[in-house]
Design a protein around this ligand. Sequence first.
Ligand code: PEP
Ligand code: MG
Length: 919
Amino acid sequence: MAEKWVYLFDEVSEAEKYAGSWDGVRGLLGGKGSGLADMARAGVPVPAGFTVTTEACNAFRESGNFPGGMWDQSLTALREVEKQTGKKFGDPSNPLLVSCRSGAKFSMPGMMNTILNIGLNDQTAEGLAKLTGNPRFVYDAYRRLVEMFGTTVFNLDDEVFEHPMAEYKSKKGYKNDTEMTAEDWQALVATFKELFRQHVGSDFPLDVYKQLELATKAVFESWNGKRARDYRKATNISDDLGTAVNIVSMVFGNMGFDSGTGVAFTRDPSTGEPKMMGDYLLNAQGEDVVAGIRNADPVARMAETMPEVYKQFMDIAGRLEKHYKDMQDVEFTIERGRLWMLQTRNGKRTAKATVKIAVDMANEGLISREEAVLRVSPENVDALLHPQFDEAAKQEAERAGRLFGKGVNASPGAAVGQAYFDADMAEKMAKEKKQDTIMVRPFTKPDDVHGMIASKGVLTSEGGATSHAAVVARQFGIPCVVGASAIRIDLERREMTAGDVTVKEGDWISVDGTTGQVYVGQIPTSAPTLDEQTELLTLLTWADEIAAREGLRKAPEGWPTRGLQVWANADYPQDARRARSYGAVGIGLCRTEHMFFEPERLPIVQKMILADTSEERTKQLDLLLPSQRSDFDGLFEAMDGYPVIIRLIDPPLHEFMPDEEALLEEVITMRVKGQKDGLAEKEHLLAAIRGLHESNPMMGLRGVRLSIAMPEIVEMQVRAIFEAAADCTKRGVVVRPEVMIPLTGTVKELEWIQPRLERIASAVMGEKGVQFDYKFGTMIEIPRACVTAAEVAGLAQFFSFGTNDLTQMTFGYSRDDAERNFLVTYVEQGILPVNPFQTLDRDGVGKLMQWAITEGRKTRPDLEVGICGEHGGDPDSIEWCHLIGNNYVSCSPFRVPIARLAAAHVGLKHSGTSIAEDK
Ligand code: PEP
Ligand code: MG
């Protein structure tokens, strides 16, 4: 049988048979085509029509021609649509008009072409005018067809038609399109056709079949248009999918004031509130609403103006939401009091709405909790923890008269940047000059998307919550205010004015997408607290429940069978408290050296380093002991009941000393000026710093090597840890200290240092008369430690992968220099798929980890394994940690919620599968 390129809306079952699944149907007919067909099947009123498949598009893109049989099949389908509507294409006595709409598998709002009113020419227009008795509507539709043909099929600038139309209106003294009469539109049709001829070089095609053919080709070609390509790149949609073309019989929203058109979301796409949100316009067509060119009415007003239609609409929308089990974005048209649904798709929404809708729908029983968790991405959670404006600073700005305007809060979040009045400038300044930019336009169009994506925020003076700017900004999580109508934008002078305040291009503004306010100047931002985000908290609790399920992973005796826990890296009690409030159930890394940098401690640390004798060193360390003890005390208290891993000193000592070059300069100056006072000490210090110099300090005297060279430091640290733990225990705090030795390369190092430290631990507990559980373990940061993990685990009771160093040592890339010197090029050239310091290199570093766990647990089956490098907060790396049998991941407090969600996602994705042991 010849290949089938065309499916009528009522042939969806056939498409399903061919494609094998609903996902396959979406791939074949596109989101719009499959949605229309599915609605038709469910008895929802959709206009008759058919879909030309994405396969036809791909064949066309390959050969430049319609594939064999496609056009004939389109004509046959058109005959069927004629039958269903009782109208005839190109017949002046009762003309059928159709739209030609793009529609890919994944929605790409406004990125590709759509042409309406195909089938109009001088004869059919006259016929339709007679038939409807409404020549005004017919000639309005006709001029739109000529205009759309010019701009979308032949790529003319909108200006070509918009200018003459504006001139015509102003000559007549009209403010709105609604004042235009039938004669006015007819005159414009003639003008537009003439403009078309001038700019295209040929006449506007009056042959309706030619119109359909050219429009179909233009839609196919728009798949490869610049804005579609940019959009796909930004949203990771494959370039190979192609678009379907939907030929749909036209229904008209501009047939008078009993007609209209609208778009609506079944729940609020900004906040997720379960209430219908949308706009409609009476006596208008298609894109008038979306473009935000005329101010529309809220859908709720239909309850008064057209109660019957409103009731039917609400009923259908509710059914569609239940059918698709998700918030729907619907387009509808009312033609002379009759409702038609033109589209339904899962609506784009903000991160906030994503979470609220998922949680609400699970609570409503529409979806499961697992499904709710899966619907929220780690990026959504990240966005919710993004900065907001400081309330006090906003009020102060308001008092100071810096509130510039107010519009619709279209996409939440705080954006501060320099204003630019077109997409190219906004993108250029952001990319080339590394500026934070805010793109400001009267309204946006699909061509502006690159400027929006490059900007921190978007501001428009026109349009509403469903305008193009709003929809795109929400999708990308860009704070956005639309319809700030008191602001006058002068694109020629490149400035905007509200009242007597003028903002020029490049001036700073602050845009609050949460409230809709716009301020002149920069307003400080702060991170939101998790406590206020009830739905997110609920969702994360569900995520934790999923990850905590025993049996989620199959594994040998002693290995974890639940999913991953999430711990945090925190150096100070306040970080630990935040981490705990964000849901961390342990501290996976406390970098103790940070505590040595405190201004009052650093001089003591330096004296300790410079000490010539062990006694002198111990004297200085004794001075540090009380402050270290109180640091640890605070940490244990903050993490009452949870494990706290404290890492012993790690960095090379020169990091604690003054800068060598600056000191040398000081010494030379003193010598030159003959200043004797203090010179000898400075010279001594300089000599000592030079003595500490190493060519490769990151591979030098640091970590456990330093502890062996100067055991007094870590002995003091262990004493401080155990004294603090004992004091806390006495106060009723439940402590679970774990002492971590960094940078182990051979078990011999542990054999040398660990027993000394364990003796101190026992001694302190004896002195204090308390006992508690504790562990000694090591960081795994050196490939040799991975390879010999079976031996290392003989002493170490836990492993924590320090993947920053492990990546550095495995690749041999300096973690401090590689990014700036060559990593970017390596990623660009495809030598590396991603930056391995951000996402774990599974094939190299990851394999070493897998080996280390397997070997380590051969010696110690219940070996506790974690990760505390930066990768611990990266979803892809978290997946690897799940697969190889980590007990937990540890990351910065701010990433804890993201990691909790990621841990649940990988748990669900790999539910019940065996941990991959390295055999
Ligand atoms: C690591 O190396 O991964 C690590 C956590 O330690 P640091 O970054 O302090 O070297
Ligand atoms: Mg390290």
